[in-house]
Design a protein around this ligand. Structure first.
Ligand code: HSE
Length: 428
């Protein structure tokens, strides 16, 4: 009889319940695929009595996840608690110190403490696996570390927050303003307990920082991710972008350049007929570019019980099979220190202004752009509504710093009704 792989699950929310269902319902399949039974021996959560719709019979209960992590009858500590500090971190550290392997869905924990945890795991002979932390059900970590291991990765891009993509596509499809769709997403339970993690781009930024580390063999550098959320995106921008042939997406881009590592998570315009432009609702997409493979596009559900549990179980099955890889694809001691790029690659920008109806106002705008070295590709002014008119400008490629300088200059001339909206147009 082969030795079973024994799981201890901490956190019995949506994902934990999904993992229990797979382990129970697919016991034979898992054993056939991994060569050994996969069983749950113990669980832990905040409330023991809660009805979760699955039986916990046969599993030992621990109130304290740290105690669960240290149990002798647990081989793999499955951390589904969340958060970059507190019980999740304490329990993962305890599991590693006890020589257990860890499977986690916790992007925040690894984005903030990934290097220290990877070093600790390698010192104790433990594994940390985190497929479920990035892009839900899409096996992107596996694709980067294994399937694409023969490539120098040149760029990774992704829409990796389903809630933001839901909000942006719902605004577009229903013609609704941001605040109304945000309230809908809240009522549907799509938002994190702290909604800023979603709409402020932080959750997606954590995921991007993890992908950067794996793609380039660098230490996780969440601090180096330039973050901008979707809170300022208006239905007007969505409609104008559509007329120009673009869609607005909260897009993550990580790219190693001669100037250092560029990591951005920000609302961008992408061509509406590109795979990213066509992405609807809560679905995620990751685009990986490698020097040998050229481009690979992965698309799938970014959250939810089945998809996230699927990713957790992919990791569990790898542990059961005996696959032992370093946390971020290369040994922690060999991960290089990141030099963040001090400026972004040049790109065309979308600029929307509300221009006051004064003689010479447009000249002031075009002069400000010209003096910053920015050339205009397209420009349109609509009819005045009261004392001002909307103006749309698409620039040729420019540095963001030059555009910022031009916008400050324009604002100083007093011809703008309010702050302009500037969004990068990403070539995908
Ligand atoms: N809140 C995330 C999303 C799921 O909307 O994609 C967990 O990372």
């Amino acid at each position: 009889m082969t030795t079973p792989l024994r799981l201890g699950i901490a956190g019995l929310g949506t994902v934990g319940v999904g993992v229990i269902k797979i382990v129970r319902q697919k016991a034979n399949l898992l054993a056939a695929r991994t060569g050994r039974p996969v069983v749950i021996t113990a669980v832990s959560a905040r409330s023991k009595g809660k009805d979760r719709g699955v039986s916990l019979d046969g599993y030992a209960w621990e109130d304290d996840p740290v105690a669960l992590a240290k149990r002798d009858d647990v081989d793999v500590f499955v951390e589904l608690i969340g958060g970059d500090e507190g019980p999740a971190k304490d329990a993962v550290e305890a599991a590693i110190a006890s020589g257990k392997d860890v499977v986690t869905a916790n992007k925040a924990l690894l984005a903030v403490h990934g290097q220290a945890l990877a070093e600790a795991a390698e010192a104790s002979g433990s594994l940390i696996r985190f497929e479920a932390a990035v892009a839900g059900g899409i096996p992107v970590i596996k694709a980067l570390t294994e399937g694409l291991a023969g490539n120098g990765i040149t760029r990774v891009m992704g829409v990796m927050n389903g809630t933001c993509n839901y909000i942006l596509t719902r605004m577009q499809d229903a013609g609704l303003p941001y605040d109304e769709v945000f309230a809908e997403a809240d009522a549907l339970g799509y938002l994190e307990a702290d909604p800023n993690l979603d709409v402020g781009g932080i959750d997606a930024g954590h995921k991007l920082a993890l992908l950067s580390s794996i793609a380039y063999g660098t230490k996780v550098a969440f601090d180096g991710v330039e973050l901008e959320g979707i809170q300022r995106i208006s239905i007007e921008d969505i409609n104008q972008a559509e007329e120009l042939g673009y869609r607005i997406k909260l897009l993550g881009v990580t790219q190693m350049t001669g100037r250092g590592l560029e990591q951005r998570m920000s609302p961008c315009l992408v061509p509406f007929d590109s795979p990213l432009g066509q992405l609807k609702g809560g679905t995620n997409m990751v685009v990986i570019e490698g020097d040998a493979v050229e481009q690979v596009v992965l698309r799938g559900p970014g959250a939810g019980e089945g998809p996230t549990a699927s990713a957790v179980m992919g990791d569990v099955c790898d542990v059961a099979r005996g696959l032992r890889l370093p946390t971020f694809g290369v040994p922690a001691a060999e991960l290089e220190e990141v030099t963040p790029a001090q400026s972004n690659s040049p790109a065309p920008y979308y600029l929307r202004l509300q221009l006051l109806d004064r003689p010479g106002a447009m000249a002031k705008v075009t002069t400000a752009l010209g003096e910053a070295g920015i050339s205009i590709d397209r420009m349109r002014q609509s009819q005045h509504d009261g004392g001002s008119a909307p103006v749309l400008i698409v620039t040729h490629k420019t540095q963001r710093s030059a555009l910022t300088a031009a916008i400050e200059d324009m604002q100083g001339t007093g011809v703008l009704e309010n702050a302009p909206v500037a969004l990068r147009i990403e070539s995908v």
